[in-house]
Ligand binder design. Structure first.
Ligand code: HEC
Ligand code: HEC
Length: 441
């Protein structure tokens, strides 16, 4: 067998298995050796490392969420040396936190299944945290005492498959957690002064802003421009996007702030408040980004850097997470087939949503005008446009709505919008078929 042929076989195997945790199969094909000497199998190591960082690394953010905001005191409650009633598993699940059951022992799973676990007791939450089973929250313990808490990427960009009970199951990395009420969780903090000081407002105002977000939303630009609300009074927070299906996509985030690595540094350092390095002179603009300039958020150099060394593996992992496919029973296959013809033909969706990423090769940005929407969110970003969202795994983003602010609550409302603003003159049958096709992404 010549090397080229083996190379093709390898490429096929990768495609068939869908990048991701398919190395076992590849190892089998190549008898434990790289099938092609040009392929660097250390990527397996990068993948595993990246996944670990994505799920469990808090980048030293305990210094903010724990030491400063004291969220751990609110979680454990007064009875355990904290403050208030504490956070029971019921409350935690009600604000959209998820439990990874692969971290639980058999006894705990049986107790939950049989309904004998006390889900009203904050001590159960502490046990879950100690088992490292609360997705995206990392508890620091001294013995049984919760002394701090940090956050990981998985908090917002993972959910679970609900296989044990609603909110409890196996992890689904990259899926946006559209149940997560981040505002409500941060609002638990006994001390909101650090956020108030950064924004230059009262703690009461901070509380009001956090309350305005609602489930599945977060405002990743507030700490730069201080704009909490749109001119129409609605929240400036966007819906959490997917962190899968991103390989081959040029610019990331709804407004194309930069590459995956750019954004990872941005988020880890300026949003999660991890300790690291972040530099972007575009944000050194006192008119557009007054909060960033006042607090030097455009040029952060922590004494210890717990972020930069993790960016390569984190980058690799995100690009390797494949977009999930919807169940075949969730849409009508025949109609979807006809809808594909509409998508690629009369509706011209394919001019911007180009397969296989269904974003655009190149500078994947458009103006608000082209999309027929307002430019509030676009104007908050350096490039002042909207990035063509990759469409794969669209069904995971139905809850909370489509577009950056979730303004379209259904597949059909997106189709109606395009039909109107792009004057597509689609017939009712074409709209129905196109809607069905969107469900199949
Ligand atoms: C508190 C919730 C939260 C946390 C924690 C968080 N993100 Fe995000 N992430 C968001 C939101 C909201 C956006 C959309 C921001 C925007 O477009 O303005 C986003 C955008 C992204 C994007 C762009 C997706 C796309 O469509 O191109 C990536 C990639 C990403 N985050 C990865 C990460 C990684 C990696 C981490 C950990 C270092 C992380 N995020 C931590 C909420 C979060
Ligand atoms: C001019 C380029 C362009 C065309 C043409 C276009 N789109 Fe889009 N599409 C975008 C951009 C940019 C966004 C992101 C908008 C936002 O988030 O505010 C988007 C977002 C979407 C979303 C939401 C994805 C999500 O996760 O929120 C869907 C669904 C969608 N488009 C479907 C379609 C369909 C169906 C058509 C054809 C009728 C179409 N698009 C035509 C550029 C385009």
């Amino acid at each position: 067998m010549d090397y080229n042929f083996k190379g093709i076989l390898f490429a096929l195997t990768v495609t068939l298995c869908g990048l991701g945790p398919s190395w076992a199969a590849i190892d089998k094909e190549g008898n434990g050796k790289p099938p092609d000497r040009t392929i660097d199998l250390s990527n397996k190591k990068l993948f595993t490392e990246g996944r670990k960082i994505f799920r469990f690394d808090s980048f030293g953010s305990e210094a903010f969420w724990g030491d400063q905001l004291r969220i751990h005191d609110a979680i454990k409650g007064q009875k355990n040396g904290g403050v208030g009633p504490g956070v029971s598993p019921k409350v935690a699940l009600s604000v959209g936190l998820k439990v990874d059951i692969s971290k639980l022992d058999r006894l705990m799973i049986e107790a939950i299944r049989e309904g004998t676990a006390d889900l009203d007791d904050p001590n159960t939450t502490l046990a879950l945290l100690k088992a490292n089973a609360v997705v995206g929250l990392k508890g620091v313990f001294k013995g049984k005492n919760l002394t701090s808490v940090g956050v990981t990427c998985a908090l917002c960009h993972s959910t679970v498959d609900n296989s044990l009970a609603p909110g409890l199951g196996q992890r689904l990395d990259g899926w946006p957690n559209r149940d997560l009420n981040i505002g409500a969780i941060v609002n638990l903090a006994p001390n909101k002064a650090p956020i108030a000081n950064v924004l230059g407002v009262s703690e009461e105002t901070v509380s009001q802003v956090l309350t305005s977000w609602g489930p599945g939303r977060y405002d990743a630009v507030l700490l730069m421009d201080g704009k909490a609300f749109r001119p129409d009074g609605k929240t400036g927070a966007t819906v959490i996007p997917a962190a899968f299906g991103l390989a081959g996509v040029n610019l990331h985030t709804y407004n194309g702030w930069g590459s995956v690595s750019y954004w990872n540094a941005y988020v880890a350092v300026t949003q999660m408040h991890g300790q690291g390095t972040f530099f972007d002179p575009r944000l050194n603009d006192p008119v557009k980004y007054p909060v960033a300039v006042r607090n030097n958020f455009w040029n952060v150099r922590s004494k210890k850097d717990l972020v930069s060394s993790k960016l390569p593996a984190l980058h690799h992992y995100q690009l390797a997470i494949p977009a999930p496919s919807p169940s075949k029973t969730s849409y009508d296959g025949e109609m979807a087939k006809r809808g594909k013809v509409v998508f690629e033909g009369k509706a011209k969706c394919i001019t911007c949503h180009v397969p296989p990423t269904y974003s655009e090769p190149g500078h994947n940005m458009h103006t608000a005008q082209e999309l027929g929407i307002d430019d509030f969110q676009a104007k908050r970003s350096p490039d002042e446009g909207y990035r063509t969202t990759p469409l794969k795994g669209l069904f995971t983003r139905l809850k909370g709505g489509f577009y950056h602010d979730g303004r379209f609550p259904t597949y059909r409302s997106v189709v109606d919008h395009y039909d109107q603003v792009r004057k597509l003159s689609l017939s009712e049958d074409e709209k129905v078929d196109l809607t069905e096709y969107l469900k199949s992404f």
